[in-house]
Design a protein around this ligand. Structure first.
Ligand code: FAD
Length: 502
């Protein structure tokens, strides 16, 4: 692909939830927009690996951008999930104090919530908490109930926002890595990538843990540094551990602590811990990390069993402004949402760690304000359509609906993933969707296939075949998550490896 002739008004670097929500919001206006991502799929980094909680907003420091964006973002999720058709549930959440010594900090958190303007909070008694969640640690002393807390499918929200942006004219370029800025003096005129140049008037830097490196390429905030803060998790089998609640411990200076939360897919997720990591790509799962999470989980729900763990994962927080040698600027670990100083044409959305998922829709609205403040005459796109429908999910349909679907398309009668009941019809629909799934992980994140007890052991060969057939390529080209993660290397005959061309 050669993009040298490509001309846009806005190029967004990063197709996570921050970039995708911004793309959708900007598609309300008459702007030519490109959304680029270095990976084979969008939403495959931090947005795909977090606690999936729509935070109420009692946690961030009052007055911080995190607090403002959290409290503004939270109420936007109901309408968003209706318009964009992704999994979401406003089920409320609890911060659970265990032992009398935690009661003082619980009340402090309640007061922070009041200062931040969080509606619908209440301290409930230990008896009430035990009634609402019988699995809770019997030593519970009280809990903070926040009725505006929720859970969502973060990748589902990410892909839905990006697909809606595409429906409204945004162009998505995957496998497209930002490598530098095109500049005339201090004015940014575009970016260079491994796929050629993109000319534009505005660049939005939503590059997650790499947002510092992107701004440094324009000479902006050389003292600002993002350090990845890794969080590790367990996922528990639905059959073994059934719970509907979102349970936080009372936070400490080290962070929000180990959460036990029910996901929108019905599994319980346990984690995360928080460790600063030098290598932004080091998503290792560690033995000490697992032990830490285990003891954190037991504090809230002592009956959790190790035999119910079916998967492990980790995600990277974009922790802004870790101390730099000689660095004196204090960003207070807050979000950076700004028109970049010293250059023209750059908006930074950086340090977007938790509650960045919750805040993303509010950050997108702030981007529109920033552009207006900079004198952009944003004319409404008269063709903007806020509605995006998801493809059918076989397991969520009634028998009558399943029968009709199979009659219309027999591929829906072929179950490929037995644990999660995902059919060939669903896989094919995702391969031909507005942002086509082209990898195994792309199919997995869109359909939830391969997330049950067998972890894809049964479905993977079949998915590779279907991807190759539908994309019209050799099975050797099918990857887990992009170049370098191919599944197949050669044909075997008689236990011997033969060249692909034989
Ligand atoms: C352990 C953990 C738990 C969390 N829990 C919650 C929670 O419960 N609730 C909540 O609200 N928030 C939570 N968060 C925070 C939330 O997940 C993030 O704030 C959010 O996902 C960040 O989205 P993003 O789009 O900014 O970054 P990302 O999702 O990382 O997206 C950035 C994108 O930029 C792309 N990119 C990077 N460099 C380049 C380049 N050079 N060229 C092109 N593309 C590039 C990447 O490929 C990536 O797709 C949690 C985070 C972690 C790690």
């Amino acid at each position: 692909m050669n993009n040298t002739s490509k001309q846009f008004d806005v190029v967004i670097i990063g197709g996570g939830i921050t970039g995708s929500m911004a793309a959708r919001e900007l598609s309300r206006y008459q702007l030519k927009i490109a959304l680029i991502d270095k990976n084979a799929d969008i939403g495959a980094e931090t947005t795909a690996a977090n606690s999936a909680i729509i935070h109420a907003g009692y946690d961030p420091v009052p007055g911080s951008l995190k607090a403002q964006m959290n409290v503004l973002g939270n109420p936007l999720w109901d309408e968003l999930s209706e318009q964009l058709d992704f999994a979401y549930s406003r089920r409320g959440d609890y911060v659970v104090a265990v032992g009398d010594e935690e009661l003082e900090n619980l009340e402090k958190l309640h007061q922070i919530g009041i200062q931040n303007g969080v509606p619908g909070m209440q301290i409930i008694t230990a008896d009430e908490m035990r009634r609402r969640e019988p699995l809770i640690n019997p030593r519970v002393s009280a809990a903070l109930w926040a009725k505006t807390g929720g859970v969502c499918d973060p990748f589902g929200a990410n892909i839905a926002a990006a697909e809606n942006a595409v429906m409204n004219g945004v162009q998505v370029y995957r496998d497209t890595k930002f490598t530098g800025f095109l500049m005339e003096g201090t004015r940014i005129t575009g970016i260079s990538t491994n796929q050629g140049d993109f000319k534009c008037r505005w660049v939005i830097n939503a590059a997650g843990v790499y947002a510092d490196e992107v701004m440094h390429a324009a000479g902006v905030h050389p003292e600002f540094k993002i350090t990845a803060r890794r969080g590790e998790y367990f996922i528990l089998d639905r059959a073994g551990c059934s719970m509907d609640q979102v349970l936080f411990p009372v936070p400490t200076d080290a962070g929000k602590g180990i959460v036990v939360t029910a996901s929108v897919h019905g599994n319980v997720i346990v984690g995360p811990n928080a460790n600063l990591i030098d290598d932004k790509e080091d998503k290792a799962i560690t033995r000490p990390g697992m032990d830490e999470i285990w003891s954190g989980a037991q504090k809230l729900v002592p009956s959790i069993k190790k035999s119910d763990i079916i998967a492990l994962f980790s995600g990277m927080r974009a922790h802004g402004n870790a101390p730099t040698p000689g660095g004196v600027v204090d960003y207070q670990h807050d979000f950076m949402i700004e028109i970049a100083p010293g250059v023209e044409g750059l908006i930074n959305l950086a340090g977007i760690e938790s509650p960045g998922l919750t805040a993303a829709p509010a950050i997108a609205l702030r981007v529109v304000e920033l552009l207006k403040d900079a004198g952009e005459k944003l004319l409404e796109n008269p063709a903007f359509n806020p509605i995006r429908k998801n493809r059918p999910r076989f397991r969520h349909l009634s028998h009558a609906q399943q029968k009709t679907l199979i009659e219309e398309n027999p591929l829906y009668g072929r179950v490929v993933c037995r644990c999660e009941m995902v059919t060939e019809g669903e896989i094919v629909a995702e391969i031909h969707s507005p942002i086509p799934a082209t990898t195994y992980d792309g199919i997995k994140r869109r359909t939830w296939l391969g997330t049950g007890r067998c972890l894809g052991g049964f479905d993977m060969p079949k998915v590779v075949d279907i991807l190759a057939r539908e994309l019209g390529v050799s099975p050797f080209e099918i990857t887990k998550k992009g170049a370098g993660s191919e599944y197949l290397t050669c044909y075997t005959k008689d236990g011997v490896c033969h060249d692909k061309t034989e």
